[in-house]
Every structure is written in structure tokens, then in C-alpha cells.
Ligand binder design. Structure first.
Ligand code: FAD
Ligand code: FES
Length: 511
């Protein structure tokens, strides 16, 4: 059996992504004192790091605060395709926002790809950057028709692409739509260099420094969990779920979607290209190179965080797909992560709410954050420097399109209400005594709903499953051994510690 073999009872609690086996970013101290800087950035993923890199290059004094370790969030668990082909999107954008905005979305993401390519070349970054064609493929008639509509959108928007009948895998497809000259890379190797450049240009980076509050004003102040204060002309919220939520704007407009990835060794060479299915459940393919040998990353099987079946089943579904399509030698890695989706599928980048000109946000990349984050970092830089940027209106968080935003707004919030109520009404039918070693589940404990996990040594951890954000009931995530909230995607370790916000406080320990 291999290290991360699916179905093993001692799966690592936090399965490690492939990327981290090859690159370890440097560590940074926690913030110990109050600071005054030009710009304070919250969050050390690709958005925060790219923004910090761009701003220090402009000579600004920048502090970046990361709650945990750099790139430990979604960025460290991505599949890192760098492309403007974001599933089926352009036909939908044309019908909801018009041709001009749809074209702008394409331009923002294509320019971001070019920016990454240029940065790699300028700094000679050794990050396995390679140009690849991207493909969406359809395995059903229904989706073949949608791909034809998407192709027609490409033509209206002058996006170079081609409708083809074949892809080089043993997958029965109806058609596939290509976008030429996209790319892929090793995201941590790329960001490692940007971090080095930030430090060389005087940028300050602090890890284990969670921002928990903001005092608004001409010079807003970020307050950390340990009570340090960082005052700046601008605050950039690059924390994935915004660490500060103006007036409850984001809780009602973002939903968290979790997806799974396995990395496999195959007997045959990978033919090149990056692929994604149009049909559900999503299947995404790309290769990575390990010691001169290709591995294939297979991603997909997404669902709303904290909802649906046993999360191990998602890994098993990817494993089954791997065996159908490839001659699998070995499954070397498995991991999962989540991204945020906005009401109209376009990220929120800009003033956090209409009356906050100096608190800016970037979030909601819908699993297409390599280019969207790079476009975000450039837009945030331009806003700080009061420069024009062609994508300001496209990404403005306060925009609202009657269709689909209204429909999605009700759907998202009905779903939250449903989980809030159903979680409270649920009477668990299991008890702590029923738990096997290595198992976790919701149990009846002292007459109340509680979450229990017994590790392989029989040690028991019991928590109050009520999410410390807005009180929904968290569910057990078997694959990652975490408590996940179905309402806004907060995640907690088996001991109750916050792994992912918007929650800031741990779950209450009961045992
Ligand atoms: C399975 C999967 C595959 C994907 N594959 C692709 C792909 O192939 N191509 C693509 O373009 N996109 C892909 N994406 C999307 C992309 O990875 C993300 O959109 C992107 O990494 C998000 O980056 P970020 O910097 O905004 O967030 P993150 O990387 O999550 O960074 C946010 C950081 O903020 C920190 N933080 C949070 N709260 C606080 C706080 N209060 N104080 C201080 N710090 C805080 C977190 O610890 C974290 O490190 C994928 C997403 C998923 C889920
Ligand atoms: S209630 Fe909002 S994340 Fe749990």
C-alpha cells in the first residue's frame, strides 16, 4: 500500500497535497507589536502574496498577516491550471451581463496568464511553467449542445478556440472545446520566489497572526487575535472568506464548494493538455512532473462544504475514474480543498462595501483563482495607487444583476436557513460507545447533539458541533477528519480549532 492509499484506515488527518513535498516556503514570525504601514494585507495565499509583491515593487511599505502558514489555504491545495477557460462560462456571462463584460472577463484572465508567464521569465522562476491547450469535454448530448453554445460565445467574443470530436483518452465523448496556449505550473515554486522578492523589497510578513477585527476610519486599523494593531492607509482582505464583512454582505452572497484531488502514477505517458468535463460530476486532468516522471492529477467530485455523502466516497469516485481511464500504477497523493462562488460567478474584487474606499477585498474565484487572483492583485494595486483599471466595474463587489443574482441570493440563503433549522431538529441516533477507532460522527451526548471522534489509539475528542460563526450545526468530514459547516464553509479540526473561516473562535470542547 502507498502512503495515501484510499480506503486505508489510518489516512493522514490532513492529507498532504503533492506541491508541498517539493517546496517548503520560508517561515515567518508572528506579529509581536503594533505597526503603521501603507498597506496591510490579510491572507498569505496567491492573492495576498501577489498583491504584496506588486505593492512593494511600487515602493510602498507593506505588511502581510497570515493566520496560519503561508499558502496553507486553498492555494496550497489547488490544481494550478492557469487558464481563461473556466468551465462553461462565456455563454452564460453574455446572457447575464452582455458581450462587453463577458469579453472583459476573458481579457482580465488572459492578461493575468500573460503576467504570470512574464513574471516567471523575468525572474527565471523554476516552477515547471509550461504552455498547454485547455479542453472542456462533453460525455452527454445535453452537454455537447452546451459546448456548441459555448463555442458560439467564443466566436462572438473573438476567443481562439476549436470544437473537436476527440481527446487522447479512453473517454467516450461527444465533443470538446479547446482554448489554445493556456498554461500550468507549480504554484508554490512560483509563490516562493514572489515571497523572496517581497522580503528583499522591504515587505513584512507575519505568520500565525490572525486578523479578527477592523476599526474603520481614514486610517483603518486591523486588530489581531493577540491584540496587536496594524494601522494603514489601505487594508486588503485576501483571506479567502473576507475576515471582515462590512454589513453581512458576504455571508449572504458566497457559498463554499469543496473538491477532491488524487495524484496517480500511470503506465502510459500523459499526452499533454489540460482537461475538464462539462458534465457533472466534474473530472479535471493535468500532469505534473516528479523526478522526470509524469503524475496525473485527477480532480473533481465537488459539492457544497459540509453537505452530502461521506467525503471518503468522493476520493473513491476519483479512484474509480482513474482506473477506468488510465492504467494506474500507484496512487501517491490525495487531498481536498474548497473555493468560494459568488452569486453571478464573477469574483468580488474592490471596495468591500460601497462606503469603504480604503478596505478592499478579493474573493469568490469559483475554482479559477490562478488567473482571477492575479487580476485581483493588479486591480487592488491600481486602486491603492489611484490608477485606472479596465476591470474595476466588472469585478465591483456591489454590482447586482437581477438575473441570476436574485435567484442565487434566495437559493444560497434558503439553503443556509434550511441547514440552520434542520441541524437543530436532528436527534442523533448514535452514541459515543458506538464509535470504532478512527471514526467520527454526530452523537447524542448528555441528551444533546455533539460531535465525537475517536483516534486510532482510542483517544476520544468531543465537541459542541454548533458553528461559532452563526450557529449552524457542523458535520463530520471523514476524508479530512474535520468538522465542516454547511452554511458558509467554516472548518474545524477534530479538537475544535478553526482551520478555515469565516468562524474565528474554536468549537467548544465537551470532553
Ligand atoms: C480542488 C480545487 C482545485 C483548483 N484548481 C484550480 C486550477 O486548476 N486553476 C485555477 O485557476 N484555480 C484553481 N482553484 C482555485 C484556486 O486554487 C483558488 O481560487 C485560489 O488558490 C484562492 O487563493 P486565495 O489567495 O484567494 O485564498 P487562499 O489560498 O485560501 O489564501 C487565503 C489565506 O488567508 C488566510 N486567512 C484566512 N483568514 C485570515 C485571517 N482572519 N487573518 C489572517 N489570515 C487569514 C488563510 O489562512 C489563507 O492562507 C482550485 C480550487 C479547488 C478547490
Ligand atoms: S454558520 Fe457560518 S460558517 Fe458556520
Amino acid at each position: 500500500m502507498t502512503r495515501n492509499d484510499i480506503g486505508r484506515e489510518d489516512l493522514p488527518r490532513f492529507p498532504d497535497p503533492y506541491w508541498k513535498d517539493f517546496i517548503q516556503l520560508p517561515t515567518f514570525p508572528a506579529l509581536q507589536e503594533d505597526l503603521k504601514v501603507d498597506v496591510v494585507i490579510i491572507g498569505g495565499g496567491i492573492t495576498g502574496i501577489t498583491a504584496a509583491y506588486l505593492l512593494v515593487k511600487e515602493g510602498l511599505k507593506v505588511a502581510l498577516l497570515e493566520a496560519n502558514r503561508l499558502v496553507n489555504g486553498t492555494t496550497g491545495h489547488t490544481t494550478a491550471k492557469i487558464t481563461a477557460q473556466h468551465d462553461l462560462i462565456y455563454d452564460e456571462l453574455i446572457s447575464h451581463m452582455g458581450q462587453t463584460k463577458a469579453r472583459l472577463y476573458y481579457e482580465a484572465n488572459s492578461e493575468a496568464l500573460q503576467f504570470i508567464k512574464q513574471t516567471v521569465s523575468e525572474h527565471q522562476i523554476n516552477c515547471d511553467f509550461s504552455q498547454q491547450d485547455a479542453y472542456i469535454y462533453a460525455t452527454t448530448k445535453e452537454y455537447a449542445h452546451k459546448l456548441e453554445q459555448e463555442y458560439s460565445a467564443y466566436q462572438q467574443l473573438r476567443i481562439p478556440g476549436e470544437l473537436v470530436n476527440d481527446i487522447p483518452f479512453d473517454i467516450n465523448i461527444h465533443n470538446a472545446l479547446s482554448m489554445k496556449d493556456q498554461a500550468q505550473f507549480h504554484p508554490l515554486a512560483y509563490l516562493d520566489k514572489l515571497v523572496q522578492l517581497i522580503v528583499e523589497n522591504g515587505g513584512l510578513i507575519f505568520e500565525n497572526s490572525m486578523a479578527i477585527d477592523l476599526e474603520e476610519g481614514d486610517q483603518p486599523t486591523v486588530i489581531t487575535r493577540e491584540g496587536q494593531r496594524v494601522t494603514a492607509n489601505y487594508v486588503l482582505s485576501c483571506s479567502h472568506f473576507p475576515f471582515y464583512d462590512g454589513m453581512g454582505f458576504y455571508f449572504t452572497r458566497l457559498q463554499a464548494q469543496r473538491s477532491y484531488v488524487i495524484a496517480i502514477k500511470t503506465k502510459k505517458e500523459f499526452p499533454g493538455g489540460m482537461y475538464i468535463s462539462a458534465d457533472q460530476p466534474t473530472r479535471s486532468l493535468r500532469s505534473v512532473s516528479m523526478n522526470g516522471e509524469d503524475l496525473v492529477l485527477i480532480g473533481g467530485d465537488g459539492h457544497k462544504t459540509g453537505q452530502g455523502k461521506d467525503t471518503l466516497e468522493h476520493y473513491k469516485a476519483l479512484e474509480a475514474f482513474a482506473h477506468e481511464v488510465f492504467d494506474v500504477k500507484e496512487i501517491l497523493y490525495r487531498w481536498s480543498t474548497q473555493d468560494l462562488v459568488t452569486l453571478d460567478k464573477v469574483p468580488y474584487i474592490g471596495e468591500i462595501t460601497a462606503n469603504h474606499h480604503n478596505v478592499l477585498v478579493a474573493t469568490g474565484y469559483r475554482k479559477w483563482g490562478m488567473t482571477n487572483s492575479t487580476a485581483a492583485a493588479q486591480l487592488l494595486r491600481d486602486m491603492v495607487l489611484k490608477r485606472d483599471n479596465p476591470f474595476l466595474e466588472l469585478y465591483r463587489p456591489s454590482r447586482f444583476y437581477i438575473n441570476p443574482s436574485l435567484r442565487e441570493f434566495f437559493a444560497v440563503n434558503l439553503d443556509v436557513a434550511k441547514h440552520l433549522i434542520s441541524g437543530k431538529l436532528e436527534v442523533p441516533d448514535r452514541k459515543i460507545e458506538d464509535l470504532a477507532d478512527g471514526e467520527g460522527c454526530v452523537v447524542l451526548y448528555n441528551g444533546e447533539r455533539a460531535g465525537a471522534y475517536k483516534n486510532e489509539k482510542g483517544q476520544l475528542f468531543v465537541v459542541d458541533t454548533t458553528c461559532t460563526h452563526l450557529g449552524c450545526e457542523t458535520e463530520w468530514n471523514h476524508g479530512d477528519r474535520t468538522w465542516d459547516c454547511p452554511c458558509h464553509g467554516s472548518r474545524f479540526s477534530h479538537t475544535g480549532e478553526v482551520l478555515e473561516g469565516p468562524a474565528e473562535l474554536p468549537l467548544k470542547r465537551l470532553h
